[in-house]
Design a protein around this ligand. Structure first.
Ligand code: ADP
Length: 391
């Protein structure tokens, strides 16, 4: 088998030994570098990449043993062969204990040198091969892990598709049956309008659901660029509260709203901010039978914090982690009302995270819930506020 060329260093203060080793090993195709002292060898070891080092035990500056110790710490994979003029067993044992691969005694001939060096290089190759195999093994594990993750993702996607198909089918089936009843003459003329209104309501809910799905998909696509502008989120919140006032009255709830009069600017998409507020406030109203809904917005340093609190059905601890999942509705919510898709909070969380904010929930079953949204202020708005405060 052809010898693979290796990078070899010989550290010995005897020129004759350095030259002799160089001659023998260069003939074998290796690259051989010589160092005439321990320190010179140490410098080369730190700057070059060697496969094998021959070190003289007795040198005038640092001893071969010390160089060996430093080298083992620097690079334990380099093969070290000690050269000693005092070929005592104890010296050899000590060197091997310290991490040397072998030792040869002076004077030595070319065959002794070649035998030790070739064995050392074989050992190095085996060690490198073992390392490579370990890396391949690691890579295999990582690929298997990735495969499992992708399979899991595939399952989640399939489950999502089934849920979406189901959610999309149900209202269409209902609309179809209302229309069928009318077309087949089962509904008297004076009641047809009622059925058409029912069908229209389902169609509207269906459009809302499709809208939410499209928004979620867009927000989850990192390649899609979202149009951002300077939005006055205080004004948007006021507008949404006004729109919701009718529903609040219908349920005879108390509605308390505290929003800064001045503008509060956030860099975001206006439609997303409207969806954020209307989803949270409509949920508060929807899940509250009696009592109140409170909306408070406050500016704190460079953030704007908004709390939407209700005295509704509340959310059990074990559900808190899940309510941001797509289509997740708690049992209590399902029992309380059929209205809802379980997509509103998924959208809310996505919107908040897209604009660098956070959402937090405090809730007690039977007592109510508080959703707190924190969003970073637009840089300009934050600095204007700071200026106003210092004046
Ligand atoms: P839904 O369309 O069902 O309201 P959401 O995604 O908006 O879906 O909310 C997910 C679930 O979180 C709801 O089904 C309900 O169980 C719970 N939830 C959300 N807001 C409230 C609230 N204010 N009070 C009690 N439960 C809530």
């Amino acid at each position: 088998m052809a010898v693979q060329p290796a990078n070899i260093l010989v550290v010995d203060d005897e020129l004759g030994i350095r030259e002799g080793v160089r001659r023998v090993l260069t003939r074998e195709g290796h690259r051989v570098v010589g160092a005439n002292s321990g320190e010179a060898g140490w410098e080369l070891l730190q700057s070059d990449d060697f496969d094998l080092v021959l070190i003289d035990v007795m040198m005038s500056d640092i001893s071969g043993m010390e160089l060996l110790q430093r080298l083992v710490e620097l690079n334990p994979d380099i093969i070290c062969i000690m050269i000693t003029g005092y070929a005592t067993i104890s010296m050899a044992v000590q060197a091997i204990k310290e991490g040397a691969y072998d030792f040869i005694a002076k004077p030595f001939d070319a065959n002794t040198l070649l035998l030790a060096v070739n064995q050392g290089l074989d050992r190095r190759r085996l060690a490198m091969e073992a390392c490579r195999l370990a890396d391949v093994e690691k890579e295999k594990d990582a690929l298997e892990q990735r495969k499992t993750e992708l399979e899991q993702l595939d399952r989640v996607k399939s489950a999502f598709t089934v849920t979406v198909a189901h959610e999309l089918r149900a209202p269409v089936a209902a609309i179809q049956s209302y229309l069928r009843l009318i077309l087949d003459g089962y509904i008297p003329a004076d009641r047809q309008r009622e059925y058409l209104i029912r069908a229209e309501t389902r169609a509207r809910a269906q459009l809302d659901l499709i809208g939410d799905l499209l928004d979620l998909a867009r927000l989850r696509n990192p390649d899609l660029c979202i149009d951002r502008e300077c939005v006055d989120i205080a004004q948007e919140l006021r507008d949404v509260c006004e729109l919701m006032a009718g529903q609040i009255q219908e349920k005879s709830l108390q509605f308390s709203v505290s929003i800064p009069e001045s503008s509060v600017h956030v860099l975001a998409n206006t439609r997303h901010i409207r969806q954020l507020w209307s989803n949270l406030i409509s949920n508060a109203i929807k899940y509250t039978k009696a009592g109140s809904v409170t909306v408070v917005m406050e500016v704190q340093d460079s953030k704007v914090v908004t709390c939407i609190t209700d005295t509704g059905i509340g959310i059990a601890k074990e559900d808190l982690d899940r309510i941001f999942e797509d289509f997740y509705r708690t049992k209590a919510a399902k029992a309380y009302t059929q209205m809802g898709t379980g997509l509103g909070l998924s959208l809310v969380k996505r919107i908040v995270e897209t604009y660098g904010g956070e959402i937090d929930i405090q809730s007690t079953v039977g007592e109510g819930s508080q959703f707190t949204v924190t969003l970073p202020l637009h840089a300009l708005s934050a600095s204007t506020r700071r200026q106003e405060e210092t004046q």
